[in-house]
Design a protein around this ligand. Structure first.
Ligand code: SF4
Length: 265
């Protein structure tokens, strides 16, 4: 369904975050993915950034942005530990849409400090060590990627996990001082599969080998039929801890001061 002209015109571009969030949540149910992104772009003042990991959901969003030529900044967090297959779909996406996707890497000094502290694969030693690694390789680069952004688009779906069950279309992210937009909040994985197939969007080859949620290579495995979607992420940790800190995981918020300022000092 395309967004109606009246829906998009209902709220002029505004700096009033609460009004923007209320407006977007009121109209989201009547819009398809392209319409939701168009409405978000129309309602938000300033820079709107989409962070992609080139997973299935993010590829659907990238298509809807690039196919419409929306003024939305695309950026990926190049952690230094990604799969070759992720680099391949990154390249295929750039070729398909004729764009360069901005990459933000962790600061070399922060990585050096991390490796000196925990070794090459120290993230397997404890939850705290893993969070240190995610903090250096993901959380701090995300902060840099979102610098100056008034809005942040993500590929979160509410049915991915209990941790994400309450994800709305739009919400104020008070920690980062912006509006977070989750245009797939009410999608299923099957919806994302159908959309990418319908539009012949490049997808990561690993999805076809049982990798449902794809992050860094050493911290992602394929899942067995019937396992939760995110069971392949940090599988050696207790259930419920399989978030990296990008989406306000309380475990992240409680920790990692020692590397926190390394990147921005
Ligand atoms: S997913 Fe693994 S390798 Fe990647 S940043 Fe987190 S702990 Fe480090």
């Amino acid at each position: 369904m395309s967004p109606s002209v009246s829906a998009l015109k209902a709220l002029p571009v505004s700096d009033d975050r609460e009004a923007v969030v209320a407006h977007l949540n009121a109209i989201a149910g009547g819009l398809d993915l392209p319409g939701r992104l168009k409405a978000a772009r129309a309602a938000l003042a300033g820079k709107l950034t989409f962070t992609t990991s080139f997973g299935l959901e993010d590829q659907a969003i990238a298509h809807a942005i690039l196919d419409q030529g929306l003024d939305i900044d695309l950026v990926t967090l190049d952690t230094g530990r990604l799969f070759q297959e992720t680099h391949d779909v990154w390249a295929a996406t750039e070729a398909r849409y004729g764009v360069r996707i901005r990459a933000v890497a962790p600061e070399a000094s922060a990585v050096a400090a991390l490796l000196a502290d925990q070794g090459a694969n120290g993230f397997r030693n404890s939850v705290a060590a893993r969070q240190d690694c995610c903090h250096v390789r993901k959380v701090l680069p995300l902060k840099a990627a979102l610098d100056g952004a008034q809005g942040w688009i993500t590929g979160l779906r509410a049915d991915q996990s209990a941790h994400r069950a309450a994800v709305p279309f739009a919400a104020i992210d008070a920690e980062r001082g912006l509006i977070k937009i989750n245009p797939l909040y009410d999608w299923t994985r099957d919806d994302a599969v159908a959309f990418t197939r319908q539009h012949a969007v490049p997808v990561n080859e690993l999805h076809g080998r049982g990798f449902l949620s794809i992050g860094c290579a050493p911290c992602t495995r394929a899942v067995q039929p019937g396992e939760p979607e995110r069971a392949g992420r940090w599988w050696w940790e207790d259930e419920g801890k399989n978030e990296c800190g990008l989406h306000a995981n309380p475990l992240h918020l409680a920790a990692r001061a020692k590397f926190k300022e390394a990147q921005h000092s």
